[in-house]
Design a protein around this ligand. Structure first.
Ligand SMILES: [Zn+2]
Length: 226
């Protein structure tokens, strides 16, 4: 069977793209990928679509198109090397290409495992969640921890179940509990533990939509677990 492409040339829709890159529009979600590589754009669309499908269950839908600029050099985010980053000022995502990540030395790890194509999908989902959060939260600039919680939960959600189980086993932590204070400091020290604690907490909530709504409306750096 022929695989249907997930992208459309953007010329028809009139989006603007940087001069060097081709703008590709995903067919099923309002996402634009600026990259010369159609195959990679297809993969990024698939990952963005999975992320937005997950988020839409909790009422988080894009208010405007999400733009992803695929780049070939390592990114810098708050002084750290990053594979992907969301710029709150421009509302755009920058994402290293899979090929550029493969060229990095040492090979980066994700959640304690070698960074591969599956984790690449997770990284796309993570940044798409940041973008969607910003479009749906009145206080997104302040609520970094709330954003990271939802971004890591979305990243975990798009992993194949067997890989997610492996990540959970490796992290060896339990869910956030009532009374806990979730902080970015914890995330900076142990991102894989932060992701797993958040995933385990989120997946046992009785009313996840209400919790996401609370995250979107947080006005403080930390998240207090009710
Ligand atoms: Zn993040």
């Amino acid at each position: 069977m022929l695989l249907k492409s997930r992208i459309l040339p953007a010329l028809l829709a009139g989006f603007l793209a940087p001069a060097a890159a081709q703008a590709n529009l995903c067919v099923d979600v309002p996402v634009q990928i600026n990259s010369q590589d159609r195959v990679l754009s297809d993969e990024v669309c698939a990952a963005a679509s999975a992320a937005l499908r997950f988020l839409s269950q909790y009422g988080v839908v894009p208010a405007s198109p999400i733009v992803i600029d695929v780049v070939e050099a390592p990114l810098e985010h708050y002084g750290y090397r990053a594979l992907g980053s969301f710029d709150a000022g421009t509302g755009r995502i920058s994402l290293m290409s899979q090929q550029a990540i493969d060229r990095l030395d040492p090979v980066p790890a994700m959640y304690g495992l070698p960074f591969d194509r599956i984790h690449y999908r997770g990284a796309v989902a993570h940044e798409v969640a940041h973008a969607a959060f910003h479009q749906n939260s009145p206080n997104a600039q302040l609520a970094n921890t709330a954003q990271e919680y939802l971004a890591h939960v979305t990243q975990m959600a798009v992993l194949p179940p067997e890989l997610r189980v492996r990540v959970i086993e490796l992290a060896a932590v339990s869910a956030w509990e009532s009374g806990d204070t979730i902080s970015e400091i914890y995330m900076a020290l142990a991102p894989e533990k932060f992701a797993v604690k958040s995933w385990l907490h989120f997946s046992q909530l009785d009313d996840p939509t209400a919790f996401v709504d609370m995250l979107l409306n947080i006005k403080w750096f930390y998240v207090h677990v009710p």
